[in-house]
Every structure is written in structure tokens, then in C-alpha cells.
Design a protein around this ligand. Sequence first.
Ligand code: KG4
Ligand code: ZN
Length: 347
Amino acid sequence: MPETKKPQTILAIETSCDETAVAIARGTGEILVSEVASQILMHQPYGGVVPELASREHNLVLRPLIDHALSNAGMTIADIDAIAATAGPGLSSSLLIGNTTGKALALARGIPFYSINHMEGHLLSPFIGHPEGVVKSLALIVSGGHTQIVKLNAVGDYELMGQTRDDAAGEAFDKVGKMLGLPYPGGPIIDQRAPSGDPTTYDLPRSMIDSGDYQFSFSGLKTAVHYLLEKLPHDRENLPEAVTNDLCASFQQAVIDVLVTKTMAAARETGEKVIGVSGGVSCNSQLRSALTAACDKADLDLRIASPSHSTDNAAMIAYATAARLEAGLPSSGLGEDIDPNLPLVAG
Ligand code: KG4
Ligand code: ZN
């Protein structure tokens, strides 16, 4: 009888930006706990993430959050087989807190340490909870820092088909939200307001929609909203609610049109039948329904990460670690440093 390996119990730490997150997984099969301490309220008065405040908060919150996660899983650190932490991309001062804490714990316990790419965490997150695990597929990753189309051949074997040349989709949501006087982060609020508006009110650019490749550009759309606001006969600080809703709907539709068109074109070119969608922007309700409709029409199997695994979390880092372990990929060890610009695919 073939020997069945016992799934490893992994404690994962994610501190790449403004969420302190800890998760414990048993192999790819089970996420035992996933805890996120969000810093959104702390950064809100500044309209964006302040790196110095983010790293100080990670430093304060991380150790108690690890203890909390262990106690919620009914475990102690002695029950953990391996430690993982995000190595990049992200804010260097934030990455350092989680990565060095993880390394110190692994060293103290004498257990393996895995440096994990945050984007690999997002990429594999749509497969969490699926019994067949990670499958060959085409991926759209849409977050605050990245917008990428990736061909996923197998765990650890990825091809970057295209990405944004300037702003990420989530960044555009947040910057437009700020222009409209909405609280940070703009993405979830624009999502809430858009259904009350008319997406055809303002004709905004769908940049690069016909470029014939998988590159994106969202900075022109952001600038178009800026000039549109200057032309409107309203004081920016006191936009009528109906105008804000129409702006939210028109902007959001422009982003969705580009994301869906390019994803479907990449699916046609590659012939992939499974489409994975992840990253904070994949929480967007109208993006989810537009992708669902497009995939239904093209008879594709759509896997969108669950909302709790879309925005930054450590469950996706634990899952990526388990998937790498199960695929027989080696541990990075303690020698690998953080890299704020860590690419998903080495160029
Ligand atoms: O994946 P994530 O938590 O962090 C990064 O790795 O960047 O993504 C955060 C981004 C933010 O820009 C936020 O506004 C956006 O995801 N976001 C949304 C929604 N929820 C979060 N954008 C549009 N609609 C949403 N419902
Ligand atoms: Zn992220």
C-alpha cells in the first residue's frame, strides 16, 4: 500500500500592507483558523496607507494575533510543523515584521520556514475549499497593487500573460473614491453606491480594451474622472448623491468592461476551461456577476475566491505553502530576504 503522508500543520503570517493576518492550515484540505486585524480605520484619516503607521501596528498586533490564532485552533506552537510568511511584494517595513517574526519562530522551534509570494497566495486562493485542489487554469488577479492575467500550469509553474502598465484596478477604485470624497478604501464604497447609479451617464474610457494583448492601463480612466469632475457644475465637496452614484456606476462599469473583455480573450487564446479570480477587487459584486454571465455563456468553470479570501488574509499564504509542500517544492529556508517588488514569475 502506498504511504500516505500526514498533512503538515502550517502557521502562516501575512503583513504585506495594512492587514495583520495569521492563519493555521492542515495541508491544503483544511483552514483551521484565519484571523485578520485590519488597520483600515487607522489609515482612513490619511486617505491611504501610511507605511510607518502600518509597520508599527503590525509590530504591536502580530504576536497577540498569533497567540489568539493558536488558542482558537486549540493548539500551542509545539503543534505547528512549518511556518510561512509573505516575503513580497508589499511595503518593505510591513513585510519585515511578519517575515522576521516567522523566521524567528521557525528558528526557535527548529521547524521549516517558507517565504511565500503574496501574489501566489492570491493566485491559488480560488481553490481553497475545492476538493480537487489547484488545477490548470487561467487567472485574473485584481488587487490594490496588481492587475494581472496569469496562466497557471501547475503549482509553482506560472506564466504572466499581461499586467497593468500603471495603476492597479483597486488603486483606481481607491483614487477615484478619494476624488469623490468617499472614505478610504474607495473600492467597497463604490461597489455599494454603483447599483443606485446609471452606468451609462458618463462615457469614460476603456483604455487598451482593443489592444490585442493582456496589458491594462487605468491611469487614463482616473484622469478622465478628474477632468469630468472639473467640468461638472457642482462643488466637489458637496456632490449631489445621485451624481456620485452615477459617477460610481460609470467608473465601475468602465473597469469591469476591460477586466471581463481581457479575461475572456485570454481564455479563448489559451483554451483554458477553468478561470480563477482573486484579489480584493474580486469582492466587487458587479464584477462577480459580469464574470459569471460571461463564463456561463462561454461554458467556462469560474472560481472566484470567497470574499474572506479575496482581500488580504493569511489563509491564502497557508494554502499556497501547503500546495507547494504537496507539490514537492523545496522550503526557501531562512536565507531568503523580503523583496518589496518580488515578481510572481522571475523575468
Ligand atoms: O488584495 P487586497 O486586499 O490588497 C492588495 O494586495 O492590494 O486588495 C485591496 C483592494 C483595494 O484597492 C480595495 O479598494 C479593493 O481591493 N476592493 C474592492 C472591493 N473590496 C476591496 N474594489 C472594488 N469592489 C470591492 N467590493
Ligand atoms: Zn493582496
